[in-house]
Ligand binder design. Structure first.
Ligand SMILES: Nc1nc2c(ncn2[C@@H]2O[C@H](COP(=O)(O)OP(=O)(O)OP(=O)(O)O)[C@@H](O)[C@H]2O)c(=O)[nH]1
Ligand SMILES: [Mg+2]
Length: 196
């Protein structure tokens, strides 16, 4: 049985006026292009095909909103760091992301999706700072852990936690393919989404 049996796609936004009602609570998934954001959303909600998974990096160019239950949402943000995207397109995404993070009152937490083989990059660190400066929670999903041996997985987790040691940011290993860390991620999200 699905943890969120009534999860559904709400809307795609290419501009801030399309974000939809800013009420209740929502959690955003951000990270580099191809880090596994959409796959993580599908795994966590147990709904394959809910968020579209890319064959080519940079596929998710819109902000996609999903409803878990009324007034509780997940948001799939466009990935950053993909070199082949034209500068004009990149500037557009940045502006859209900026509007989202600056204006969205219902945003309670950020799931920062990081390829476990790469670890935290400069843009990831900037994203964390941005969110922490706005008093939101953040949790790092180190994805594709099925591609790492145990020693490397433990090392990257240790390094990530060390990099976040002065903050309230937490981190975990995650693999959609191996179904690792799904429950841990849901517990974090359920805590953030619980009524104030
Ligand atoms: N081995 C492995 N591959 C994964 C995992 N999660 C995602 N992938 C693969 O990584 C690629 C990118 O996944 P997406 O979920 O589309 O990544 P994204 O971050 O949403 O990418 P953009 O929307 O382009 O920013 C796909 O080929 C996935 O199959 C995982 O846990 N293990
Ligand atoms: Mg995506």
């Amino acid at each position: 049985m699905s943890t969120y049996p009534n999860v559904k796609f709400l809307t795609s936004a290419a501009a801030a006026h399309q974000f939809g009602a800013d009420t209740g609570r929502e959690i955003a998934f951000a990270g580099r292009s191809n880090s596994g954001k959409s796959t993580a959303i599908n795994a966590i909600t147990q709904r394959s095909g809910l968020a579209r998974v890319s064959r080519t990096p940079g596929r998710t160019q819109l902000i996609n909103f999903f409803e878990l239950v009324p007034a509780r949402r997940l948001v799939d943000l466009p990935g950053y760091g993909f070199a082949k995207v034209p500068q004009s397109v990149r500037a557009g995404w940045l502006a859209l992301l900026g509007r989202y993070f600056n204006e969205r009152e219902s945003l309670v937490g950020l799931m920062l999706v990081v390829d476990g083989r790469r670890g935290l990059g400069a843009e990831d660190a900037a994203m964390l700072e941005w969110v922490l400066a706005r008093d939101r929670c953040a949790h790092v999903l180190l994805t594709k852990s099925d591609k790492l041996n145990r020693r490397d997985a433990e090392r990257i987790l240790r390094e990530t936690r060390a990099a976040c040691a002065d903050t309230a940011v937490t981190a975990q290993l995650f693999s959609a393919h191996a179904k690792q860390g799904l429950e841990e991620a849901r517990e974090v999200m359920d805590r953030w989404l619980a009524a104030a």
